[in-house]
Design a protein around this ligand. Structure first.
Ligand SMILES: [Fe+2]
Ligand SMILES: [Fe+2]
Length: 188
């Protein structure tokens, strides 16, 4: 993996603000990888790549994911928030010449960084959490989540999911079942 080449190519798809966010996620993911014993280079790579499809139009995202994922077949899930992870993973997998990434753990981390999934391994969990707690994130409870993140990865994620569910319920938003499955898999 050539992280500088990945950085250069990811930059082409993001604006400056979003690019700075992915750098902060990568930094946070590296810190967490050291605590939880996963490969820091993989954590950095997944952090840089996780939002690569964030600015794709919905039809482009659908072209990338069509027919591949039963969990996003229902049209109610065709939102930027839900699709950009799946589309990003497919985009990276399809463009080996740009990113030189062929790693299921990294693909999974990109795919599930917004809605989670059942039985996530450590790297996807780290990217999920790093996305929510990177240093510029500012939501009610983020300080608690940052503190928990250093002590217990699952507990920190459960704390974040619970706040996220409250937020979504208050706004009458669509809730993807994966987030509930993710939460249940942590409770087990
Ligand atoms: Fe994202
Ligand atoms: Fe993100």
């Amino acid at each position: 993996m050539n992280i500088q080449k990945i950085r250069k190519n990811v930059k082409k798809y993001l604006d400056e603000k979003r690019y700075n966010h992915v750098e902060r996620v990568a930094k946070c993911a590296v810190e967490l990888s050291k605590i939880y014993g996963t490969d820091p280079l993989k954590a950095e790579t997944a952090g840089i790549l996780h939002d690569v499809a964030k600015f794709f139009e919905i039809p482009r995202m659908l072209d990338l994911v069509r027919g591949k994922y039963p969990e996003i077949e229902n049209k109610i899930f065709w939102t930027n928030a839900i699709l950009h992870g799946f589309a990003g993973a497919e985009f990276v997998a399809k463009n080996y010449d740009l990113f030189e990434v062929d790693d299921d753990d990294i693909f999974s981390a990109i795919k599930y960084h917004t809605i989670g999934s059942e039985n996530m391994t450590t790297l996807p969990k780290i990217i999920y959490l790093a996305d929510a707690i990177e240093e510029k994130r500012d939501w009610d409870g983020v300080e608690t989540a940052r503190k928990l993140a250093k002590e217990d990865l699952d507990l920190a994620i459960k704390f974040e999911i619970d706040r996220k569910l409250e937020y979504l319920l208050e706004r009458d938003s669509v809730i993807h079942p994966n987030i509930i499955k993710f939460r249940n898999s942590i409770l087990k």
